[in-house]
Design a protein around this ligand. Structure first.
Ligand SMILES: Nc1ncnc2c1ncn2[C@@H]1O[C@H](COP(=O)(O)OP(=O)(O)OP(=O)(O)O)[C@@H](O)[C@H]1O
Ligand SMILES: [Mg+2]
Length: 420
């Protein structure tokens, strides 16, 4: 159960490359500064720093060092720690389980489950807990889906003893994002299960599955996905790219979101820092293969514009490290939209001289930052446009999207403003 007082400090654990259980890496304290604003402090433990296998949590803000790091941004929670915690979906689950809404920032980290994104963990004890052995099974999807639905419809009783309330914690409390989800295991590994919502305009899970497929056809590196039909509904399973099953347990990759790399948050006033142009500069500095990852990011911008994925916010991008070096994570959460305007659509992040405009000329305008010469960049845009134009419909239909749904989202693909 969650304690009444908000926690103010915790240990941070990490599962090191090649390992399947965690070690203690440092200590995080959440305090207030003289003005009463949240102040977070983090220090890597001395024995961790001496460990030759030790790795940094974040290649920008939390490089390995003996110093005490401090931050007043993000309510005092360092971006790399926040990335390992829930967002609106997981918070909602935890709040309902706790029977109250105002939890401290640290409570969300401590109360979310250990299937969180990345390699970090949190706890009140100096030694990390034993690794999680039991996960939801893919065959439990029907139960998980009806639980998620009941939560959305506010049909879960406000009684902590009710079984449904206890079961809530099975619902991917630690994963980010706003849509209903759970984490499940099958014989091959761990998957993020994403559910449809009754108020979705089309069969979202099949459409998202189709977009991952279309992105692959366009040459992007994407997360693997499949559809499981439970009852009358479809569930999207996206293979966790930060977990690798071994006979001894799960190895974990570290993960840092684009939001953290930008030093930004989700408040409206911080959105001016939401920029692919800044992101690519940081990416180039921290990843092992700057040329390849910068090019891949350019291609993703292009793809997002071509399918009107206007929800391409910085938490939908990440870097990943299985060993020491970092690389851009596979693409995920690709969702088309079909707004009324056919002339002007904006991505969620600045992508060229004309700001967020999802337009070929705009995307091309800053090609050099992506380490591409203009000719190469033009060819990418030209080829991808032709590919999306030629195959979007067949890819949707081959992924089981109905003809009605395909018509409903027709306007998302290669909208006229892209080539203006
Ligand atoms: N295949 C994956 N492997 C590991 N982590 C993932 C994977 N897919 C998503 N994640 C993590 O889970 C978070 C939530 O996933 P996703 O973005 O797909 O959910 P969402 O609810 O649709 O998000 P949004 O609120 O952006 O619509 C991501 O931000 C990312 O940190
Ligand atoms: Mg997302």
């Amino acid at each position: 159960m969650i304690s009444r007082a908000s926690s103010s400090e915790c240990y941070v654990y990490i599962t090191l490359p090649g390992q399947v259980s965690a070690v203690t890496a440092g200590r995080f304290v959440l305090d207030a500064d003289v003005r009463g604003d949240a102040l977070g402090r983090f220090v890597y433990g001395r024995s961790y720093s001496k460990n030759p296998d030790a790795v940094e949590f974040d290649p920008v803000e939390l490089k390995l060092s003996d110093r005490t790091f401090e931050t007043t941004k993000l309510s005092g929670v360092f971006g790399a720690l926040r990335d390992a915690g829930p967002d609106s979906w997981g918070r909602r689950v935890i709040e309902k389980h706790a029977g109250r809404v105002q939890l401290g920032e640290l409570d969300y980290l401590l109360e979310s489950s250990d299937d969180r994104a990345g390699a970090l963990g949190f706890g009140r004890h100096q030694s990390p807990p034993a690794p999680l052995r039991k996960f939801n099974q893919a065959i439990d999807l029907e139960k998980l889906q009806s639980l998620a639905e009941a939560l959305i419809k506010d049909e879960i009783p406000n009684d902590p003893r009710a079984q449904q309330v206890q079961d809530l914690m099975l619902l991917a409390t630690s994963m980010g994002g706003a849509r209903p989800k759970a984490v499940v295991q099958d014989g091959t590994g761990l998957w993020l299960a994403k559910f449809n919502r009754e108020d979705d305009r089309w069969n979202n899970t099949r459409v998202e599955h189709a977009m991952l497929r279309l992105a692959r056809e366009c040459g992007l590196n994407t997360a693997e996905s499949r559809i499981e039909t439970v009852g009358l509904d479809d569930v999207l399973l996206v293979k966790r790219f930060d977990r690798e099953r071994t006979t001894k347990g799960y190895m974990r990759a570290r993960m840092v979101s684009g939001l953290t790399l930008l030093g930004a948050d989700e408040a409206p006033q911080a959105r001016q820092n939401w920029s692919y142009l800044i992101l690519v500069e940081t990416l180039r500095r921290v990843v092992q293969d700057a040329k390849s990852d910068a090019r891949e990011l350019f291609r993703r911008i292009c793809f997002n514009a071509l399918i009107s994925n206007l929800d391409d916010h910085p938490r939908n991008h990440a870097i990943l490290a299985k060993e020491k070096p970092w690389r851009l994570s596979p693409a995920h959460d690709l969702t088309p939209s079909a707004p009324v305007s056919t002339e002007h659509r904006d991505l969620a992040m600045e992508c060229g001289d004309q700001g967020r405009y999802a337009n070929a000329e705009n995307i091309l305008s800053q090609h050099a930052r992506f380490l591409l010469d203009r000719g190469d960049a033009q060819k990418i845009v030209h080829d991808m446009k032709a590919q999306v134009e030629a195959t979007w419909y067949d890819t949707l239909r081959a992924s089981g999207v109905s003809a009605n749904d395909a018509e409903a989202i027709r306007g998302a693909f290669v909208y006229p403003g892209f080539s203006l």
